[in-house]
Design a protein around this ligand. Structure first.
Ligand code: OAD
Length: 268
């Protein structure tokens, strides 16, 4: 769908004057980087039941199968680069301290974009709150230790599966699976950010997975404005002041990628 310049201007103006912003992203922001989404015709959940591959019970039943699937996903994501939407967001965030990026994505691409925009030695980029974990982090099933890992997964046998460097027990992906709770502190930080923000920018999520989906509603209930970027209507569209029904790569640089104009507050 064509991008309406008045919607772009409106979103840009809201963002330009907002003292504090929270951004919620989902799989759609990474779709144009080549990372598969979950729902929809090409989505991961089209051919697999989530509880068969992304649940603690499934891992207990057959860790080799689950690691095979995550190994495949890790390879796919490792070959992907941040796109213009990740980069525009990283640039926008670098210039501000009152912005929180909350993502449901486990691909780590917000972090890659932030480091590439700021440079490895710059301490400024605040890393996103990764509500559902990160596919390049592993966790020990016994001692709970978490560590970064980018090596290829050998799921040929149970013996070759990744093990904890501390206690040698079986490792699992550091991802929140179905039926598991999100990290309490991360969740509380995300909802605090939503309450305080004047604008919630929602990019590429179907808005059906809780509690992440409520972040926009919490911001709206506290008086904030919601801007949504998604080619499709979602449950969040109903509470959005501005809905940009187009792709993240088209919309996000358009609304964030330039400096605020001098009279931006006049058009709010
Ligand atoms: P979904 O796959 O449910 O939704 C992706 C959304 O992105 C859809 O609404 C699409 O319309 C939209 N979209 C597709 N291409 C886009 C593009 N180029 N630009 C912008 N938007 C686009 O993914 P999520 O909402 O992220 O959880 O899913 C939420 C959670 O459900 C995931 O984190 C995952 C999954 O089960 C866990 O694994 C715990």
């Amino acid at each position: 769908m064509a991008l309406s310049s008045s919607d772009v201007e409106r979103a840009h103006s809201l963002l330009a004057v907002a003292p504090r912003v929270v951004v919620l992203t989902g799989a759609g922001i990474s779709a144009e980087s080549g990372v598969p989404t979950f729902r929809g015709d090409e989505g991961l959940w089209q051919n697999h039941r989530p509880e068969d591959l992304a649940s603690p019970e499934a891992f207990e039943r057959d860790p080799r199968l689950i690691w095979e699937w995550y190994g495949w996903r890790r390879e796919k994501v490792a070959a992907c680069q941040p796109n213009a939407a990740h980069t525009a967001l990283a640039r926008y965030a670098l210039g501000r301290d009152k912005i929180d990026i909350v993502t449901q994505n486990v691909d780590g691409l917000h972090g890659v974009a932030a480091r590439s925009v700021a440079g490895d030695d710059d301490p400024r980029p605040a890393l996103p709150i990764e509500l559902h974990g990160n596919i390049f982090r592993l966790r020990c099933t016994r001692c709970g230790d978490v560590w970064p890992s980018r090596e290829a997964i050998d799921a040929g046998s149970e013996e070759t599966l990744p093990k904890c460097p501390e206690c040698s027990a079986l490792a699992r992906p550091h991802i929140v699976w179905f039926g598991e709770s999100l990290d309490r502190e991360q969740l509380s930080n995300a909802f605090k950010a939503a309450e305080l923000a004047a604008v919630c920018l929602v990019i590429g999520t179907s808005g059906v997975v809780q509690p992440a989906a409520s972040i926009a509603a919490v911001c709206a209930q506290a008086g904030g404005d919601v801007i949504e970027v998604n080619p499709e209507e979602t449950p969040i569209s109903a509470i959005a002041q501005v809905s940009l029904h187009t792709s993240a790569v088209e919309a996000v640089p358009a609304i964030l990628g330039r400096e605020p104009s001098a009279d931006s507050s006049a058009s709010v």
